[in-house]
Design a protein around this ligand. Structure first.
Ligand code: SAM
Length: 258
């Protein structure tokens, strides 16, 4: 297994405390992706959380095992070596992590599928902004829709590169994520995901032209019927103007034609 490159260790102790205090964790089981040197791990353990850490880089393990010998012996801490976007994850209630940026998207969607009560996660600033952007905003896109369909997201802290060692090239942000059921029942989640992906793959195109472009996926007849059933004002919009509910309703109409 190769050691990952995206290791920006948090050195701003106020930020560590802010993250560890952002949700009640005493007596709860917290998944930490990428404990690194253990700065956040220590803060979580001090506050009485049971920590289930998953770390890809095996060279960091001896240090972690030494630092947390006692907590490992009592079981308050467990460390799994592996890629958190692939390995079977231990049971947990909450997720708190300074994520490796290379797996931001993969791990977020994996966690949303697996389920949790609340997550407090660090992302690159641009990624975090896209997660929380509302319709009509220039950064509202596929990521915003796919995350906000399944969760409430709130940007709770912005951090400059100097908060980390080595400093990354960009600012970072901490986002609080609380999963919820989609606001309208989604008849087929795959169809919904494909529709959102396809419409945002040409964000300058109108909905009508975006849907026409999906003939190669769902066939000419289905897409022509769908377009014929939609009001003109919706067909003339660009995807960034559609709300979370609009995307679900459009996907459900499409599903009903399949
Ligand atoms: N939590 C530490 C901190 O805040 O200082 C380290 C954060 S660093 C941004 C990301 C950590 O995730 C590193 O320790 C890295 O080795 C680990 N990592 C990278 N890819 C990973 C993966 N796919 N699964 C689990 N851990 C990973």
């Amino acid at each position: 297994m190769k050691a990952p490159k995206d290791q920006h260790f948090l050195i701003d102790t106020d930020a560590v405390d802010f993250i560890a205090d952002s949700i009640p964790i005493q007596g709860r089981t917290v998944l930490e992706v990428g404990p690194g040197g253990g700065v956040l791990t220590a803060a979580l353990l001090e506050r009485g959380a049971n920590v289930r850490a998953v770390e890809l880089d095996g060279t960091l393990l001896p240090n972690l095992e030494q630092r947390f010998e006692e907590e490992l012996s009592t079981g308050q801490l467990t460390i799994t070596r592996g890629d958190a976007s692939r390995v079977p994850l231990p049971a947990y209630d909450l997720v708190i992590a300074n994520l490796p940026y290379s797996i931001s998207s993969k791990i977020t969607f994996r966690l949303l599928e697996t389920g949790f009560e609340t997550a407090v996660l660090m992302y690159q600033w641009e990624f975090a902004k896209r997660m929380v952007s509302p319709p009509g905003d220039g950064e509202y896109g596929r990521l915003s829709v796919m995350v906000q369909t399944y969760a409430d997201v709130e940007l709770i802290l912005k951090l400059p590169p100097q908060a980390f060692n080595p400093p990354p090239e960009v600012d970072s942000a901490v986002v609080k994520i609380i999963p919820h059921e989609p606001p309208v029942k989604i008849l087929n989640r795959d169809v919904h995901a494909v529709l959102v992906r396809e419409l945002f793959s040409h964000r300058r195109k109108t909905i009508q032209n975006g849907l026409k472009g999906m003939k190669s996926i769902y066939g000419e007849e289905v897409m022509t019927k769908l377009i014929g059933s939609l009001p003109n004002d919706l067909l003339g919009k660009r995807p960034e103007m559609l709300s979370i509910v609009d995307f679900i309703e459009l996907a459900n109409r499409l599903t009903n034609l399949l």
